[in-house]
Design a protein around this ligand. Structure first.
Ligand code: C5P
Length: 211
């Protein structure tokens, strides 16, 4: 039920943190900082070293052909899921889903999200219900929005919520509101003892979710 957002640059540090905390997490999320810092093959290495599923948080937002070209290489190195933006439209999203499992962004948590992205959440939920991705990304900082999305989203589609810890979201509140997975980055990897930080969050939420 916990996904580690491994937003560090260095390969060795990333592998060490992932190995330290792997007993308490379900998946590892790799974002651009780690891919830029360590190269795409870090996905394969993390998967081999932890045995966990890997989410590539690329937030793809391009035309279908470019989305497809990028996604193909990322699934090839072992990514289990790729995060895609919904606002580019169904054809761009489907171009990725035709190759592998996807997670769609339906709402974001930063202030700028109120300008363009969040007013369209209902439409993104509608699209998700039609396309049936593995999951959607919703803001862990706003439990009332998680609840709103859960009520409208097909029950088989998972809700993954970043923003827990460093951005102020509370793990248990997000789970109680309907999140299947909580995504935690700095609250684990910037901690003096990442394993202990992960264990504490795990103990807090265990029993509440099946993830
Ligand atoms: O360090 P922290 O726990 O805030 O990390 C959150 C992670 O989730 C980062 O990788 C960030 O890019 C990602 N994310 C987010 N909000 C979204 C989508 C993704 O914080 N709406």
């Amino acid at each position: 039920m916990i996904i580690l957002a491994l937003d560090v640059y260095e390969r060795d540090r990333a592998l060490k943190i992932a190995e330290d905390v792997k007993d308490y997490i379900s998946m590892v999320k790799v974002n651009w900082p780690l891919i830029i810092g360590s190269g795409l093959d870090i996905i394969r290495e993390l998967k081999e070293r932890t045995g966990l599923k890997i989410i590539a948080d690329l937030k793809l937002a391009d035309i279908p052909n470019t989305n497809r070209l990028i996604a193909k290489k990322v699934y090839e190195v072992g990514a289990d899921y790729i995060i895609v933006h919904s606002f580019v439209g169904k054809d761009s999203v489907l171009a990725v889903k035709e190759i592998g499992e996807i997670i769609m962004v339906v709402e974001m948590s930063h202030p700028g999200a109120l300008e363009f992205i969040n007013p369209l959440t209902d439409k993104f939920i509608e699209m998700a219900n039609e396309i049936k991705p593995f999951g959607v990304i919703a803001p862990g900082t706003r439990p009332e929005r998680i609840k709103y999305i859960r009520e409208r989203l097909n029950g088989e589609i998972k809700i993954l919520t970043p923003g827990i810890g460093a951005q102020g979201g509370k793990a248990l509140e997000a789970i109680k509101a309907g999140a299947d997975y909580i995504i935690v980055g700095r609250a684990i990897y910037s901690s003096e003892n990442p394993r202990e930080a992960a264990r504490r969050i795990y103990e807090e939420v265990k029993g509440w979710s099946s993830g």
